[in-house]
Ligand binder design. Structure first.
Ligand code: SF4
Length: 401
C-alpha cells in the first residue's frame, strides 16, 4: 500500500473525483501541451451525468480556458472505472494530442489498464488488516507505531498541515451564513448549530456543527481535506476536533488518530474503492465513518483489536448505502449524512470499547463485501443521479429569493 498521505489531499471541493481529479488532469494536459491554441474535453459515464452539479466543467474551463469545448456523453461507458474523460489539444485546426484518463476516487488519476492497487510507490509491506494486526502482535507495537515504522519521517509535518486545514474549514464554516450554490438554495446550518452548542454544551451538537461546517465549505468549493473524499470530508474532522474541543483530547493525539484513520482509508482504497461512482456512498461516507470510528476508539484508549472492531462495525452498517445526490450536487443527502455518520462513528467506537475486541466479521471481510455490494449496485445508485433521492417527486419548493 502507498503512503496514507494520498488519503488526505488538501484542495477545493465539492468532489474529489469530479473536481480535484479533473483539475489535476487538466493541469497535467496543459503542461504537456503549452503550445495548444484550444482544448476539447469529453466527459463520459458518471462524469457526464453528475459533472454539471459537481462543477466538473467549471473547474476544467478554469484550467484550460473558457473557450474549452466540453461534451457530456453519458452513454459512453468504461469497464475500467465509470469516471472517464478524454482530453484533446488543438493547434489551430490540427489535433496535436489526446489523452484518456480516469478519476478513480479521492482525487487520484489512473490510465486505462493501470494497476488500481497502491503497488506503484509502496510504503507498507502489508495489504490486509489481518496481516497488519499479526505483525503488530509479533512486534509488540501499536497501530500508530506500525504507521511510523514504514512511513517517511515527514508524515508528522504533513499531518499537522492536514489538521490545520481541517480546523480552518471548520472555523470558516461555523462563521458563515447564507445559502449554498444551486437550485435548491439550501441554507447553511453550521453557524446555528454551533451557537446551539455554545448554549447546550452537548457533544452531539458540536459533532453536527463541525461536520456541517466542513461539508458546507465543501459544497461551496471551499478548501477542505479529503477524508477519504470531498463528499465525505465532514465526518473525520468533526470527530477529531469535536473530541479535542469538547473532551480535551490532546492535539498530539489527533495526529496519531489521523494515522490510524489513514491506515483504514488506505486499506479500503487498496482492496476495494472509495469512489461513489464505483461502489456508492458506502465507499465514501461509509469509509469516512469507519476511519473516524477507528480514530475515536484510539483516542478513547482502545487497543489494536478494539480499533479494528470499531472500524469494522462502522463500515458493516453502511453496507449498501447508495449515492443519489439531488441535481448531482454534493448537498442532499451528503451534508446531513456526514453529520449523522460522525455520531455513528462515536457510537461504533463506544460499542467496540465495551468489548475485548473479539468479533466474527473482520474489517478485511467487510471491505471485500463492500466491493462486491458496490459491483451489484444498480448504476442509478452510483453517482449518476438517475435514481433514489435524485428523482423523488415530492420536495419542498426552494424558498423565494
Ligand atoms: S451521496 Fe455520498 S457518495 Fe454520493 S456524492 Fe454524496 S457523499 Fe458522495
Amino acid at each position: 500500500m502507498e503512503s496514507i498521505k494520498n488519503i488526505y489531499l488538501i484542495g477545493r471541493g465539492p468532489s474529489s473525483s469530479h473536481t480535484m481529479g479533473p483539475e489535476k488532469a487538466s493541469k497535467r494536459f496543459l503542461a504537456k501541451n503549452p503550445q495548444a491554441t484550444h482544448f476539447k474535453v469529453e466527459l463520459y459515464g458518471s462524469f457526464a451525468l453528475t459533472g454539471k452539479g459537481h462543477m466538473t466543467d467549471k473547474i476544467i474551463r478554469e484550467v484550460l480556458g473558457e473557450n474549452t469545448e466540453i461534451a457530456f456523453l453519458p452513454l459512453v461507458e468504461s469497464s475500467y472505472h465509470p469516471n472517464c474523460m478524454k482530453f484533446f489539444a488543438y493547434l489551430g485546426n490540427e489535433l496535436i494530442d489526446e489523452w484518456k484518463v480516469y478519476s478513480v476516487g479521492g482525487g487520484e488519476l489512473k490510465e486505462e489498464g493501470e494497476e488500481r492497487k497502491g503497488y506503484k510507490n509502496p510504503v507498507f509491506p502489508h495489504h490486509f488488516m489481518e496481516d497488519i494486526l499479526a505483525y503488530c502482535k509479533q512486534e509488540h507495537i501499536s497501530l500508530v507505531e506500525y504507521v511510523d515504522r514504514f512511513e517517511a519521517p515527514d508524515l508528522n509535518a504533513y499531518l499537522e498541515t492536514v489538521l490545520n486545514a481541517m480546523d480552518d474549514a471548520i472555523k470558516r464554516g461555523i462563521a458563515t451564513e447564507g445559502v449554498l450554490p444551486g437550485r435548491l438554495k439550501i441554507k447553511r446550518k453550521a453557524k446555528t448549530f454551533y451557537e446551539k452548542y455554545l448554549e447546550n454544551h452537548r457533544f452531539p451538537t458540536i459533532l453536527y456543527a463541525y461536520s456541517l461546517a466542513t461539508s458546507e465549505e465543501n459544497a461551496s468549493s471551499g478548501i477542505i481535506v479529503t477524508a477519504p473524499t470531498c463528499g465525505s470530508c465532514g465526518v473525520l474532522p468533526s470527530v477529531l476536533l469535536g473530541m479535542h474541543h469538547h473532551h480535551h483530547s490532546p492535539r498530539e493525539s489527533l495526529i496519531k488518530a489521523l494515522k490510524i484513520a489513514g491506515l483504514i482509508g488506505n486499506l479500503v482504497k487498496h482492496n476495494a474503492s472509495i469512489s461513489g461512482a464505483e461502489v456508492g456512498c458506502q465507499g465514501e461516507v461509509g469509509v469516512a465513518c469507519s476511519m473516524a470510528a477507528a480514530a475515536a476508539a484510539y483516542l478513547k484508549g482502545g487497543n489494536n483489536s478494539v480499533i479494528e472492531y470499531a472500524a469494522e462495525i462502522a463500515l458493516e452498517h453502511h453496507l449498501g448505502m447508495t449515492c443519489d445526490p439531488i441535481d448531482g450536487m454534493v448537498q442532499i443527502p451528503c451534508i446531513e449524512r456526514n453529520a449523522l455518520s460522525a455520531q455513528y462513528a462515536i457510537n461504533a467506537s463506544e460499542y467496540a470499547l465495551m468489548t475485548d475486541g473479539a468479533h466474527h466479521i473482520t474489517l478485511d471481510s467487510v471491505i471485500e463485501v463492500m466491493k462486491e455490494t458496490g459491483k451489484d449496485m444498480h448504476a442509478k445508485y452510483r453517482e449518476t443521479s438517475l435514481g433514489g433521492l435524485a428523482t423523488v417527486k415530492r420536495t419542498k419548493e426552494p424558498p423565494k429569493e
